[in-house]
Design a protein around this ligand. Structure first.
Ligand code: FES
Ligand code: MG
Length: 574
């Protein structure tokens, strides 16, 4: 063969397709050369770049210029960047829910990293499910990987208000529902909620996952919160390309970064930022790819000793651009330092200790509080267990009303999303603000595949009386931008036969955040009778991905990954 492309680089990976490695390489290089690459370029280490640009995903509108900037960084550091498309998941557009497709994107990402001849990968994600899908895929693929995000949207000005998606979306929708604002006004707001490229401007799931990626060490320091349209975002992309080449040289793989310590650090970050409830599912799934278990008991232990420090919507008044200006996730990590595992490796090749030692940083205390004077003494999330949720449920206490933390209430039950939509605004609905709203059949095994429907609307007749919050319970998820006294992810879910399936109107439910409990106050005999009589509603799909999903999906406490995709499928059920 000629002196062309170096056999040690990605171009020569996996040359088995014709049973003749030299012939395979010759054909591959001939095809690569058809794109105009020189021998010199083809002899360099190859960095794959996932392009998740998609016109069904507004949050990824800036991906093309990020790809260009990553390429610049790779070339400057002596590599050959090759962009490749993967599935992209735009949260508001996907049916039945973006979560349904997270594992599909993770599979796409994993197999394209593994299948194509690259030495490292830069993952460009952003919208809620994309970053977890990419990290799950990258952990399983095992090549050196750097996570980059599109970054948050800037807020907009409307009249005398500052608007950012999507906590303000909900705030104004609530006002519209209660008749406080009229239709022309809500239409005007609709056109002003999202004014730039990027992901939701608050500490929703996208921002939370960006923060966790930085906390895990998978993203360059100081880059999680840079606004999508800021020039620093492009510089972060360029630096991510350079970092990928450095990773190839140092041999640091994802497995060196995603360790038990790193997952614990990410959990601390999640709790300290008052992050999204979705993130516990995603982090559990990412950890599961590395063979690491995340238990909800462990979440509670960490939550007891991790205060809420970050004052962003939906729990506080600020937005992601304010967090960036206030010191970003670096400021949060510096505060959390005594609680973190500092030996964890990061994508820069530095340990977290080295990163924090070398980061004098800056902080604005309005936005990022100190460990000594936190916003709340305990973490943003708490897991509840009991007869209604034997394998656990999640409450975002940071965004809930403490007056409803210890409560026994009468259940007002909705058996499905359709039932909820049909009756929630019925003036004759038998409901008071002292009741708890219960939604069934919205978990992973249901036809709806665990949508973000756990933020049940306050019944119109109560909303019009000024009721802003009630106890709400379901096996659904909730958007990271939502708030309220809401118990989610009840596991097992109702469609798979969890106790939630057997709750009837008028039952009593007791919640105690202090005791970490959620109980259905119905005796076992009566429950047994109901189990015999009531028919469950699990999803049924005859073919395709939906069938695979139904056969493979794990419940929320196992991260809703597919059973065959976790690191060691044989260990499930232990
Ligand atoms: Fe994409 Fe909120 S819709 S981040
Ligand atoms: Mg969201």
């Amino acid at each position: 063969m000629d002196d062309g492309p170096n056999k040690a680089t990605g171009i020569s990976r996996g040359l088995t397709n014709y049973g003749d490695a030299d012939f395979s390489r010759y054909l591959r290089v001939a095809n690569a050369k058809s794109m105009g690459f020189s021998d010199e370029m083809l002899s360099k280490p190859i960095v794959g770049i996932t392009s998740t640009f998609n016109e069904f995903n507004n949050c990824h509108r800036s991906v093309p210029e990020l790809v260009a900037a990553v390429k610049r960084g790779v070339i400057a550091a002596g590599g050959l960047p090759l962009e490749f498309p993967t599935i992209s998941l735009g949260e508001p557009y996907l049916n039945p829910t973006a979560l349904f497709f997270r594992n599909l994107m993770a599979m796409d990402t994993e197999e394209m990293i593994r299948g194509q001849p690259m030495d490292a990968v830069v993952l460009i994600g952003g919208c809620d499910k994309t970053v977890p899908a990419q990290l799950m895929g990258a952990v399983s693929a095992g090549l050196p990987a750097v996570q980059l995000v599109t970054g948050p949207q800037l807020t907009n000005r409307w009249r005398n208000e500052r608007l950012g998606a999507c906590t303000d979306c909900r705030r104004f929708w609530g006002k519209f529902r209660s008749g406080e604002i009229d239709e022309p006004t809500i239409n005007e707001i609709e056109g002003n909620l999202i004014a730039t490229a990027g992901t939701c401007a608050v500490m929703g799931t996208a921002s939370t996952m960006a923060a966790l990626a930085e906390g895990l060490g998978m993203m360059l320091p100081g880059t999680a919160a840079i606004p999508a349209v800021h020039a620093d975002r492009l510089r972060a992309a360029e630096a991510s390309g350079r970092a990928a080449i450095k990773l190839i040289q140092s041999g640091i793989g994802v497995g060196d970064i995603i360790t038990k310590g790193a997952i614990k650090n990410a959990l601390r970050v999640l709790l300290a930022i008052g992050g999204s409830t979705n993130a516990i599912i995603h982090l559990t799934a990412i950890a599961g790819r590395a063979g690491i278990k995340v238990s909800l008991d462990e979440l509670n232990e960490l939550s007891d000793t991790t205060p809420v420090l970050v004052n962003l919507k939906p729990t506080g008044p600020y937005y992601m651009e304010d967090l960036h200006a206030a010191g970003g996730i670096g400021a949060v990590l510096r505060e959390l330092r005594p609680l973190l595992d500092l030996d964890c490796m990061t994508v820069t090749g530095e340990t977290l200790r080295e990163r924090l030692d070398g980061d004098p940083g800056w902080v604005n205390r309005e936005v990022v509080r100190s460990l000594e004077e936190p916003l709340q003494p305990m973490g943003g999330l708490v897991a509840l267990f009991g007869s209604l949720a034997p394998r656990g449920a999640i409450m975002k206490r940071a965004a809930a009303d403490p007056e409803l933390f210890e409560k026994e209430a009468r259940a007002v039950v909705f058996t499905s999303l359709e039932d909820l939509a049909a009756r929630i605004d019925d003036p004759d609905l038998d409901v008071t603000e002292d009741d708890c709203l219960v939604l069934q059949n919205a978990g992973p095994m249901s036809e709806t595949r665990m949508p973000e429907a756990g933020y049940l609307p306050i019944p119109k007749k109560l909303a019009q009386k000024g009721v802003k919050d009630m106890l709400r319970i379901s096996d659904a998820r909730m958007s990271g931008t939502a708030y309220g006294t809401i118990v989610l992810h009840i596991t097992p879910d109702s469609a798979s036969g969890g106790p939630l399936a057997y709750v009837l109107n008028g039952d009593r439910i007791r919640v105690s955040v202090k005791e970490r409990r959620i109980d259905l106050l119905v005796d076992e005999q009566e429950l047994e009778r109901r189990r015999k009589e009531m028919v469950l509603q699990p999803a049924t799909a005859k073919r395709g991905y939906a069938r695979m999903f139904g056969n493979e999906i794990l419940l929320a406490d196992q991260g809703c990954d597919f059973a065959s995709l976790v690191a060691d499928p044989d260990s499930l059920g232990e």
